[in-house]
Write a protein that binds this ligand. Structure first.
Ligand code: HEC
Length: 125
């Protein structure tokens, strides 16, 4: 291969490599450091509002009731097991996490990770 071609390929690798690196950084950014609390009110409720989950989850069918005045109480004990994000139905069936009916909503990976971390760190109000 010509030297120019090699330089071009190396350049591409650098650009794409950097892009991937920064993606990962941004994804992890939503989760506060371990010494900080994650609360439903501050961290999870804004996600529920952003996607307007209550257009369906409004206290009747389907469960869970995701109205602001009902949460997070309505999630215990069936949907959220404090300390066990991966084992909690709420996490497992979040839209975008593979087990929710297709409603045209997909939470980002970082939002899904943040909700898992909220449960892992005790599912505080
Ligand atoms: C267009 C209506 C609609 C919207 C919007 C919607 N959902 Fe759902 N959701 C459903 C339906 C229907 C089910 C299936 C209930 C079942 O399996 O019995 C469901 C199931 C679930 C379940 C599992 C319930 C269970 O008993 O296993 C969770 C958790 C959930 N939704 C969370 C959310 C969240 C969080 C949002 C917003 C990001 C959301 N949903 C937005 C219709 C919706």
């Amino acid at each position: 291969m010509k030297k120019k071609t090699l330089q071009f390929l190396a350049g591409c690798l650098l650009v794409f490599g950097t892009a991937c690196y920064y993606d990962t950084e941004i994804e992890e950014d939503l989760i506060p450091p371990p010494e900080d609390e994650i609360t439903y009110t501050e961290d999870v409720q804004p996600i529920i509002s952003r996607y307007n989950c209550t257009q369906c989850h409004n206290g009747l069918e389907p469960a869970p009731d995701l109205r602001e005045e009902s949460t997070p109480d309505s999630l215990f004990p069936d949907y959220v097991v404090p300390g066990d994000g991966a084992g909690s139905v709420f996490y497992q069936r979040l839209p975008g996490n593979g087990n929710h009916p297709n409603v045209g909503i997909n939470l980002s990976n970082s939002e899904i990770d943040l909700i898992e971390a909220w449960i892992d760190r005790g599912a505080l109000e």
